[in-house]
Design a protein around this ligand. Structure first.
Ligand SMILES: [Zn+2]
Ligand SMILES: [Zn+2]
Length: 265
């Protein structure tokens, strides 16, 4: 029945509507049978045509079923892929939730407070405060030419800033009688205290910064002034040594001997 497959799968697909396709091959079979077997009687011809139509219908049904199965397979494959992706996403979400909740459960590295996600808020402020105090020490020591001063300046800055923090709380730097020294031990208002300390240090740090810049500015001005004076002096020497000088500048070919009073006049 190879010739029937040719009918069922027409090369020239004019229309996808199954009723129109069926009408088309019915018409072709009805026309072809008398052409291929012209000697048949009326009844015989009708019987042959009906046989072929039944075979063609069977082929069409087979093709239809095969296509349907293929479509179902594709759909099943897509559904399986979707399900696998969804399952993977669920696993990943669960993993992320577990990791986040494990992280949340970590105690504070600094004070040991439970379920602090590794670092409690108060200790976070304290770390920032300490970092800023150190930075302020470096900033304050920056204008100093002597690197040995750095440690002293940093220690002074630390003492001063910690004093300021204590004053801002209305307690002496050593904590005072019955009061915790800074940094305070854990208490209910600890986070607020730590935050207040950070704010105090931020203000102090910006003041150290401003002062350091002002000092550096003054130093630079003084250096620029010294350079101006030196240049003026050099020019004066040069002019005295070479009143008509055209051949070279200061430090040029004359060496130091030429800087005596002019001998050419
Ligand atoms: Zn059609
Ligand atoms: Zn902590």
């Amino acid at each position: 029945m190879g010739w029937l497959i040719g009918f069922a799968l027409p090369q020239r697909q004019e229309c996808a509507n199954v009723l129109h396709v069926r009408r088309a091959w019915r018409a072709r079979i009805a026309a072809e049978v008398p052409e291929q077997q012209p000697g048949l009687g009326e009844d015989e011809r009708r019987r042959v045509i009906e046989d072929r139509l039944r075979e063609q219908a069977a082929v069409e049904a087979t093709v239809f079923v095969r296509r349907r199965e293929e479509a179902l397979e594709r759909e099943a494959w897509r559904a399986a892929a979707r399900a696998a992706a969804e399952a993977q996403a669920v696993v990943e979400r669960e993993r992320a939730v577990a990791a986040e909740s494990a992280r949340q459960c970590l105690p504070c590295e600094d004070c040991g407070q439970a379920r602090a996600a590794g670092l409690c808020e108060a200790c976070g402020y304290r770390r920032e405060t300490q970092a800023l105090i150190e930075q302020a020490g470096l900033v304050a020591a920056a204008p100093s030419a002597d690197p040995r001063d750095e440690g002293d300046v940093a220690a002074e800055v630390r003492a001063s800033v910690e004093g300021e923090i204590a004053r801002s709380r209305g307690v002496p730097a050593d904590g005072g009688p019955g009061r915790p020294a800074w940094p305070p031990s854990r208490s209910r208002g600890e986070t607020a205290l730590a935050y207040g300390a950070l704010q105090t240090v931020q203000q102090a740090a910006s003041e150290y910064h401003r002062r350091a810049l002002a000092m550096l500015g003054r130093t630079q001005e003084a250096e620029a002034e010294a350079r101006r004076v030196y240049a003026t002096e050099q020019n004066r020497w040069w002019f005295r040594a070479n009143p008509t000088g055209t051949d070279c500048g200061p430090g040029g070919g004359h060496g130091d001997g030429s800087l005596t009073e002019d001998t050419t006049t």
